[in-house]
Design a protein around this ligand. Sequence first.
Ligand SMILES: C[S@@+](CC[C@H](N)C(=O)[O-])C[C@H]1O[C@@H](n2cnc3c(N)ncnc32)[C@H](O)[C@@H]1O
Length: 388
Amino acid sequence: MGQEAVERLRREIERHGPITFARYMEIALYDPACGYYATGLRVGRAGDYLTAPETHPIFGWVVARQVLELWDFLGRPAPFVLIEYGPAAGELALALFGYLARTAPEALERFRYWPVEPSRPARERLVERLAEAGFARLLLDDAPEPITGVVLANEVVDALPVHRVRRKGGRLRELYVAWDGERFVERPGPPSTPELERWLVRLGVQLVEGQTTELCLASLAWLDEVAARLRRGYLLVFDYGYPSPERHDPNRFPAGSIRTYSRHTVGDDPFADPGGQDITAHVDFTMLALAAQDRDLVPLGLTTQAAFLAHGGLGELLVALQTEPGMTAERYLVARAAAVHLLDPAGLGRFRVALFGKAVSPTLLPSGFRERLLSGVPLTRPGAEGTR
Ligand SMILES: C[S@@+](CC[C@H](N)C(=O)[O-])C[C@H]1O[C@@H](n2cnc3c(N)ncnc32)[C@H](O)[C@@H]1O
């Protein structure tokens, strides 16, 4: 157990009384001294879980092809800035730049990169790895002015702090975190902010008696930041999650969607090891789309990761690997197994990929969005203004 995180949380509760779950999550994950992300490199085979970019660079190669299409839609600007939120140690960026260096070096020369990563060990490792791979020149020295480019976020929104709410006795209650002398426990109370009820109403979510769910108000502040950084371009979000009707379905998620990750084992007790395990909640893609729209980030597409990768050229890349000089049967089989995992509708394939645009044509969509899911999320239709 992360003893320091336990003490830090206990002190905060002793001083202020029960804290919101969002505050608990913020400290357990991001406190600079004892938070899960602040104290180590967490992803990867030696870490607690494998993300899509960690599975195999082929994921980043497909993303590179999509980013290249977006660069084209924007008229091939130079510089073209890629901001990546939560890059960790840079697996996605390294695969993406590696692919572009091999296939589109003239485009890559116009790219600049600005990673936004709160975890210091991860940030330091990322900078080292970019230098080792010969991509240090792409790193911007200072935070860019509002950019023309693309903002990427892979498995970041599901790591943002969430508030937990439950319908009890016909009323909406918030689940705070208290300390009972031995362990952290949930403590229902009145909502800490009217925003919670307001969002449930806006999303058309009616919780059934006893149902618990989460709302990610932190994603609103995050979208404020993204919208302010983007002058013209796109936001691409990859994550666990569903549109509201599924995300808050009482039959599917009666107790909400909090999941913990530790040494490649999934759990559901966020109080088990604060500071020592990851805590996530599925993304509500309807909420994300509505909030994005409020900030002039127009929702353009929502699809599954499997469809995004399949239409974005995963199969083609796999075939091309077979004839790559120096390819061995073993390396090819590793890539093929990764592709199967990435496309698996019960595995990483069920992730969602959302595309938002600011000051861009709503009729141009990259190939990865050929199959768009429309239900539950307001989207601009190609060839038409407005939403549905
Ligand atoms: C689950 S990891 C994903 C890492 C990487 N994108 C990947 O897919 O391998 C989540 C990452 O998001 C970062 N993160 C959390 N909140 C963030 C924020 N507000 N802005 C930027 N990054 C954030 C964490 O530090 C962590 O590196």
